[in-house]
Design a protein around this ligand. Structure first.
Ligand code: SAM
Length: 212
């Protein structure tokens, strides 16, 4: 057991960013240091985003915890993550949905290659290179979709790739200032919920998101 990782998890539990035992267990299982670049390893267990190259970031642990909890995951959920980045969020998701699948798509080739190598040891994670602003039609439908970059609004393709009673969690708003929102497919359409969390994610760049 890694004591520093345990301290980070305790910090997240005490502040109620982690609320469920399944998410707590996933955070204990996955060592953030494995997803942080060599030169920033000393900061692996601090609650802040860190650079991962290509102008991108690994999100702060409290944000990863909140998005994971807000997704209301089941053991067998099939999840799409848009924005693989370092691979840390995908690894956490994979531990929560032990009997499900995590499909994660990244736009930048260098990050896709690096994270795919790290995610090899997570057999229920499948990585893709491409523009996730259009979702991942070849693998749809998904029970859950999470965006780890900001979008001006949730793309129609994500909604159309969401299964019955599916949930989307995404930072929605301006390019460098968003709010976490949750969308649920109901029998009557899509319910939108503001989760009351202002945030600053890097933008999702793509056909159905922000332009470069
Ligand atoms: N989930 C990541 C982690 O755990 O490290 C953090 C992701 S970072 C905050 C957002 C990522 O979204 C970046 O790696 C960026 O390259 C990626 N991205 C931006 N636009 C994208 C798009 N259209 N499709 C897929 N990924 C995209």
């Amino acid at each position: 057991m890694n004591e520093k990782n345990e301290d980070l998890v305790n910090y997240l539990v005490e502040r109620e960013f982690i609320r469920s035992s399944k998410v707590e267990k996933a955070f204990l299982d996955v060592d953030r240091a494995n997803f942080v670049p060599e030169e920033l390893k000393n900061y692996s267990y601090t609650d802040r985003p860190l650079g991962i190259g290509e102008g991108q970031t690994i999100s702060a642990p409290h944000m990863v915890a909140m998005q994971t909890e807000f997704l209301l995951l089941e053991k067998d959920s099939k999840v799409l993550e848009v924005g693989t980045g370092s691979g840390y969020q995908a690894a956490i998701l994979s531990r929560v949905v032990e009997e499900g699948e995590v499909h994660t798509i990244e736009l930048i080739k260098e990050l896709h290659e690096k994270s795919s190598e790290k995610l090899c040891e997570y057999p229920n994670v499948f990585t893709y290179l491409g523009d996730g602003s259009r979702g991942l039609p070849s693998k749809a439908p998904f029970n859950r979709i999470v965006s780890t970059g900001g979008v001006p609004e949730v793309p129609a393709s994500w909604v159309s790739q969401l299964s019955k009673e599916g949930v989307i969690v995404a930072p929605v708003g301006e390019k460098y200032h968003q709010r976490l929102k949750r969308y649920r497919r109901t029998g009557f359409g899509i319910d939108e919920e503001d989760l009351n969390v202002p945030c600053i994610f890097v933008p999702i760049i793509g056909k159905d998101a922000f332009s470069d």
